[in-house]
Design a binder for this molecule. Structure first.
Ligand code: SF4
Ligand code: SF4
Length: 300
């Protein structure tokens, strides 16, 4: 099965899934436009490097495969398919109109709901894609949907399957000053991935430079995300995850009661324990109205 078949399947899903829409009270607008895909090879040495740069708990594709799929497949025959979910122009336009509530800047309701609904659509897309691949005679597993997936809070916030790192490995983009992944359709995207033995062709990285799509690192000419962050969580030294997370919690405390009727619950594991349901609504001021919002600013 070729990459085009996977891409076409996803395109169809993005167009036809009811889950890829805001509720009708919010205009029923589409949340994500057309997907992008990239593929890394299972024995790419970069996956070992992620144990150094993300954390020693970060799984390699082979480890994740062995823990979830009985069929023995050598790492050089595994493929890691990364998927970019770009927010639509409409969501981005609405996100340029934040709200000020008791001196706290909070994102537009459209963005908060889109960010919240995105989780179910992304999860369902990965599950459906695995079924599609299985129908073709192959297997697949999504790292973030596996029983092993967890977020850790002990040193910093990180997980044992980082979709941003997987997307980087698959040549879909690079890291940046605000720590989002800057892809060819910008940083205002969500990500998903699956590991499969389906012989997809590899989409090589242009190079291994981790920040080559961010203008701050390329020529020092951009600091737009620093200026946009209301929490001062971004400086020339990088992104402070603790300050960022604290601000996101502040937003949640304001936004969740306001939108509770519409929001969908989300469950995740933190430090290997399932948490109570939560209602993630995001922040992402650093991704709106900046030069890397919807394009790679270093592309000619
Ligand atoms: S806004 Fe500028 S400095 Fe910040 S991540 Fe984007 S390109 Fe880099
Ligand atoms: S998500 Fe919000 S708090 Fe975090 S860096 Fe971006 S703008 Fe700042």
């Amino acid at each position: 099965m070729l990459n085009t078949a996977v891409k076409e399947y996803l395109e169809h899903l993005f167009i036809n899934s009811k889950l890829n829409h805001l509720p009708k009270q919010f205009g029923g607008y589409k949340i994500f436009s057309s997907p992008l895909i990239g593929v890394a090879k299972g024995d790419d040495p970069i996956f070992l490097k992620f144990k150094e740069v993300v954390g020693p708990e970060h799984y390699t594709p082979q480890e994740m495969w062995n823990l979830n799929i009985k069929k023995k497949v050598p790492s050089n025959q595994l493929r890691i398919l990364s998927i970019i979910f770009p927010f639509t122009q409409k969501i981005r336009e609405e996100s340029l109109k934040p709200i000020k509530l008791k001196r706290i800047l909070i994102p537009s309701e459209y963005y908060s709901i889109a960010r919240n609904y995105a989780n179910e659509f992304i999860t369902t897309s990965m599950e459906k894609l695995i079924k599609f691949i299985e129908n073709e005679g192959f297997d697949g597993v999504a790292g973030v949907l596996s029983n092993q997936f967890t977020v850790f809070t002990k040193r910093n916030l990180y997980s044992n399957w980082s979709e941003r790192h997987i997307a980087f490995a698959a040549g879909l983009g690079t890291f940046s000053l605000h720590e989002g992944l800057i892809t060819e359709v910008g940083c205002n995207v969500r990500l998903g991935s699956i590991i499969t033995d389906c012989p997809l062709y590899i989409t090589p990285r242009k190079n291994d430079a981790p920040y080559s799509n961010c203008l701050f690192y390329v020529n020092g000419n951009c600091r737009e995300c620093i200026e946009k962050c209301p929490a001062n969580a971004i400086t020339e030294d990088g992104h402070n995850k603790t300050l960022c997370n604290n601000y996101r919690l502040k937003i949640s405390r304001k936004m969740v009661p306001r939108l509770q009727t519409y929001l969908k619950p989300h469950f995740r594991r933190i430090n290997n324990e399932w948490t109570e349901e939560s209602y993630p609504v995001g922040c992402a001021f650093c991704q709106f109205g900046v030069c890397c919002m919807d394009k790679n600013p270093t592309a000619e």
